[in-house]
Write a protein that binds this ligand. Structure first.
Ligand code: ATP
Ligand code: MG
Length: 349
């Protein structure tokens, strides 16, 4: 096995990935994939909000795998893992849930916010109750991270509370039973939380305010054209760049940051037509996305390669998972049959 340190990170298979996923997470994964032994998880145990739409989850698994390949993750180098093909994830979740106080989950700000969103009801969740699985999903994330005994977890900012929970769990487990788990570090991407095209605080599939990595040039141009661009303002009135998502995207994705700074200065001093900014953004995004689109198309024409990547990656992680579970069972003193054997043999001595 590789002696590189390990990364575990993941995404839920609920649809194609977007610029927020890229800037918050995927970009770091691509950058780090040579340095670390990486496990990229497709978290199909954690989609209870799509329980009435398994067809979408099934489709989502392939969409996510294609996006992984499109941005340049190399399945020879790292492992693409379908969570439920490594059922040890469910087993470890069960053991760990013995030791995690409910209060730790109740204090988790990301969980709190998501729960409130479900209870308030958006168009998907209106009138539904919160499933038990929802309470459990941060424990499952802890299990996901601990399973390959990961050292680093590159994610968007909203995931940091789950990583704190993981560190706390690792500390408790190691102290109470046996030193099994490294205490993993979180690593937030260049853009901790990308705003949505509608100006909402987070670009998110469920809010329909995304630009997807697989969008074609025309779709991107159309989405940019109709983007929210800050409070209404005449073309020659100064604006505040931080309130204009078009600027935030230019700051996130434009390789020529000196030019963006100069545009920002003009915008805030004497104003600039939004069209100038939007045309620039369309071109910048086209440069970023065109190579992803090409790579995606090549794999789409060769889906057996995608299948191989998922199958081999899942198998590779399962080997490591079984190793970890042996350590966990030993630490928790759960090897019942071996113990019984000892008891039976004893009188014969
Ligand atoms: P969405 O948040 O779009 O509804 P999701 O909840 O299914 O999708 P996750 O699997 O939670 O997506 O997110 C995968 C990774 O991408 C996480 O590390 C998350 O922090 C990051 N991420 C998602 N959206 C953004 C964003 N707008 N800005 C930065 N990072 C993001
Ligand atoms: Mg999310």
């Amino acid at each position: 096995m590789s002696d590189r340190k390990r990364i575990l990170t993941g995404i839920r298979p609920t649809g194609a990935l977007h610029l927020g996923h890229y800037a918050g997470a995927l970009e770091n994964w691509v950058r780090l994939q040579d340095q670390y032994d990486c496990y990229f998880l497709i978290a199909d145990y954690q989609v209870s909000d799509y329980a009435d739409d398994i067809a979408r989850v099934r489709e989502g698994v392939w969409e996510v795998a294609l996006d992984f390949l499109a941005v340049g993750l190399d399945p020879e180098n790292g492992s693409f893992v379908i969570e439920s093909l490594v059922p040890e994830h469910a087993e470890l979740t069960t053991w760990l849930s013995w030791f995690l106080p409910l209060g730790m989950l109740e204090r988790n700000p990301t969980l709190k916010a998501e729960m409130e969103q479900i209870e308030a009801g958006d168009e998907r969740s209106a009138g539904r109750s919160v499933p038990v699985a929802f309470y459990n999903y941060p424990v499952m994330q802890v299990a996901n991270i601990l399973m390959p005994r990961a050292h680093l977890v590159p994610v968007g900012e909203d995931q940091l509370p789950h990583i704190e929970l993981t560190r706390e769990t690792a500390r408790r487990f190691n102290r109470q039973f046996k030193e099994v788990f490294p205490e993993p570090e979180g690593l937030v991407g260049r853009v901790p939380r990308l705003v949505g095209t509608d100006g909402n605080a987070k670009m998110s599939k469920s809010r329909g305010n995304t630009i997807d990595l697989k969008d074609d040039a025309e779709t991107v141009a159309r989405k940019v054209k109709s983007m929210y661009a800050g409070p209404p303002r005449g073309a020659s009135e100064p604006g505040i760049a931080a309130e204009n998502p078009v600027f935030l995207y230019l700051e996130a994705f434009d390789p020529d940051q000196a030019e963006v700074a100069s545009l920002r200065e003009q915008y805030e001093r004497s104003g600039l037509p939004n069209k100038v900014l939007k045309d620039r953004l369309t071109a910048v995004l086209e440069t970023l996305l065109a190579p992803f689109r090409d790579r995606r198309a090549r794999y789409e024409a060769n889906m057996n390669l995608v299948r191989d990547a998922l199958e081999h990656g899942s198998r590779r992680e399962r080997i490591l998972a079984q190793e970890t579970m042996a350590l966990v069972r030993e630490a928790l003193d759960l090897d019942y049959l071996a113990k019984h054997g000892d008891v039976v043999r004893e009188p014969a001595k």
